[in-house]
Design a protein around this ligand. Structure first.
Ligand SMILES: Cc1cc2nc3c(=O)[nH]c(=O)nc-3n(C[C@H](O)[C@H](O)[C@H](O)COP(=O)(O)OP(=O)(O)OC[C@H]3O[C@@H](n4cnc5c(N)ncnc54)[C@H](O)[C@@H]3O)c2cc1C
Length: 302
């Protein structure tokens, strides 16, 4: 083979290589007509989903004596497995806006978030909703729209639309550090999920729960919390009543008269590093507490 023949062969090979490359790139861009189209809103194997999914209300029950905090147990209508949520996460609800609901409702619906109040399971979710009345400063204002709707209208057998569990406020399950949960009022819901998960999965990990409510009327999940405190050696419960009534018994019903504050935590928490989780509806008080904990450098990290 002479030099010009060799050059010709090399050119042919280069052209062939280019042609194959172009053909492969084109194949990658154009989807094969034989491959089926991706299913819309198909459920991945974990049970996660996108958009709204229908859930049946399987149970409902009050968690406090005043009947202001109601739990709803929810089962997926399609019976497919549920997303294994992280303790502390919440569900988003789309509820129909009734006539009385303000025009801020878009598409005739209102959207609200509710924390999951039980530990992750495969067949059902639980949320617990506090009935919200008009603020003391504006007693003529309408009561909370979604919470009233859930309390007054949603019964066993009803169907509600829910988005998959979400949220970045969840328990760090990888850390060995002792846990401190601080809950104010209905802020107990994500904390209960964390506590129940820990009792099942990490019973050796130390966990302190500070739970502040007004008095025995508002004290939610009382039996569940007391039984967990009796069963789990490493779980310490401190319930604080800000306004105990004469029928509330110190030591039996509650441990501290007053609010949960940094002095109470300082006086009762063993020395050392802890992971703190703080949740409650009284934003300013909770914020102050959070910053106090952060200031108290040798004890806390939030
Ligand atoms: C991540 C997350 C998790 C949550 N988890 C929980 C949970 O586990 N449990 C729970 O109970 N809640 C939870 N919430 C709060 C919940 O989402 C709702 O905000 C709550 O139920 C109140 O909603 P609502 O529609 O009932 O009240 P809204 O209708 O939004 O009203 C709120 C307040 O405004 C007042 N108001 C209305 N109109 C006026 C007016 N014109 N003038 C003055 N005041 C007025 C109402 O009386 C009421 O006091 C969570 C929120 C978030 C963001």
């Amino acid at each position: 083979m002479n030099a010009s023949e060799l050059l010709l062969w090399i050119s042919v090979l280069i052209v062939l290589q280019l042609a194959v490359g172009i053909a492969m790139a084109a194949r990658r861009k154009i989807p094969s007509s034989r491959s089926p189209p991706p299913p819309v809103e198909a459920l991945p194997p974990t049970g996660a989903w996108s958009g709204w999914r229908d859930f049946l209300v399987a149970e409902r029950s009050y968690e406090d004596r005043a009947n202001t905090q109601c739990s709803f147990c929810l089962e997926p209508l399609d019976r497919a497995p549920l997303e294994p949520f992280k303790p502390g996460q919440f569900l988003t609800f789309s509820l129909p806006a009734s006539d009385s609901i303000r025009s801020s409702a878009s598409n005739g619906t209102i959207t609200r978030c509710y924390s999951l109040s039980d530990c992750p399971g495969e067949t059902s979710y639980r949320i617990t909703v506090k009935r919200i009345s008009a603020p003391a400063a504006a007693p003529q204002a309408p009561a909370g729209v979604a919470s009233s709707y859930l309390h007054d209208r949603i019964q066993i057998g009803d169907v509600v639309k829910i988005r998959a569990p979400a949220g970045r406020f969840y328990l760090d399950t990888e850390s060995p550090l002792p846990i401190v949960l601080v809950a104010g009022g209905i802020g107990i819901t994500p904390m209960l999920s964390m506590l129940l998960w820990c009792a099942n999965e990490q019973p050796q990990r130390s966990l302190h729960l500070y739970y502040g409510v007004r008095n025995g009327e508002d004290h939610a999940f009382k039996a569940t919390l007391q039984s967990a405190a009796a069963r789990f050696e490493h779980f310490k419960l401190c319930v604080a009543y800000s306004r105990p009534t004469p029928s509330d018994i110190p030591g039996a019903d509650f441990h501290h008269a007053g609010r949960v504050d940094v002095n109470l935590i300082r006086a009762t928490l063993p020395h050392g590093r802890h992971q703190f989780y703080v949740c409650g509806p009284r934003r300013q008080a909770i914020c102050r507490l959070k910053f106090s904990i952060l200031d108290d450098g040798d004890r806390g990290q939030c």
